[in-house]
Write a protein that binds this ligand. Structure first.
Ligand SMILES: CC(C)(COP(=O)(O)OP(=O)(O)OC[C@H]1O[C@@H](n2cnc3c(N)ncnc32)[C@H](O)[C@@H]1OP(=O)(O)O)[C@@H](O)C(=O)NCCC(=O)NCCS
Length: 218
């Protein structure tokens, strides 16, 4: 570890573009330290606040913000335009795609995947002081996968390995290994019971969209 600036420790092999800010001072009080592990790759527009810790091989796209008091594991990728608010815990191997918002006090288990546009809420009754006092994001279990534009409400637990379909609004807990979608998201099946994708599609030529559903979709 070497000291980059006051309070900022970085591991060997850091690669940054210009326009990266490592150690932005938050308005909220923190311990004033920021630790970034080995071999980080940070792209232009990334802002990492003082008071967080990142493991090894942390990687960002462009214009990624991670606020203070976050604990981020090894091999985490966060893609362009995503904001991680303060006080979150993100496990090893988590991938968070573009344009996501992860609210304060969210826990994301190892190897979970958030598709583009996932939005996480933490304040059940916005504008209420009582609600603010118990503000809490969800727990997203290890290896869970959330489809594009999924919204997750406060206090919810999504079980390990669950697959949440595109556009779902998760208002209540979901069990391990389920397939769930809809608003509100309900269990529709299991990951183990999914029809193999290769039996559902056929290739097409001459289009960037390389496959279509087969007729009489299984
Ligand atoms: C939910 C999902 C996994 C499919 O699960 P499945 O059990 O195979 O469901 P099926 O495709 O057999 O669809 C069953 C029914 O649910 C509907 N459905 C499928 N996905 C849905 C969704 N996300 N929201 C609402 N309805 C959906 C289908 O239209 C179908 O309705 P029908 O019976 O009236 O025709 C898939 O549709 C999905 O949303 N995947 C996530 C894609 C994504 O966001 N990827 C992120 C990386 S880019």
């Amino acid at each position: 570890m070497t000291a980059l600036t006051t309070g900022v420790q970085v591991g060997a092999g850091l690669r940054t573009d210009s326009g990266v800010r490592i150690g932005y001072a938050p308005a909220r009080p923190t311990d004033g330290r920021l630790v970034v592990g080995e071999a980080a790759r940070l792209r232009s527009g990334t802002v990492l606040y003082l008071g967080s810790r990142f493991g090894d091989r942390f990687e960002t796209g462009h214009h990624v913000v991670v606020r203070e008091e976050c604990d981020v594991g090894d091999d985490v990728c966060i893609w362009s335009g995503t904001v991680i608010d303060y006080g979150c815990r993100i496990g090893n191997g988590v991938k968070i795609h573009a344009n996501c918002y992860v609210a304060q006090f969210t826990e994301i288990g190892p190897d979970a995947f958030l598709a583009p546009g996932v939005t996480i809420a933490n304040d059940l009754y916005p504008g209420s002081e009582e609600s603010r006092n118990v503000m809490s994001g969800p727990v997203i279990g290890a290896g869970a996968r959330l489809g594009v534009n999924v919204t997750v409400l406060p206090f919810v637990h999504i079980g390990a390995g669950a697959l949440v379909g595109a556009g779902a609004v998760v208002a209540r807990d979901l069990p391990e290994g389920c397939v769930a979608f809809g608003n509100p998201a309900t269990v529709r099946g299991s990951v183990a019971g999914l029809v193999p994708v290769e039996s559902r599609v056929r290739p097409v030529n001459g289009s960037a969209s390389r496959y279509r559903f087969t007729e009489g979709r299984p």
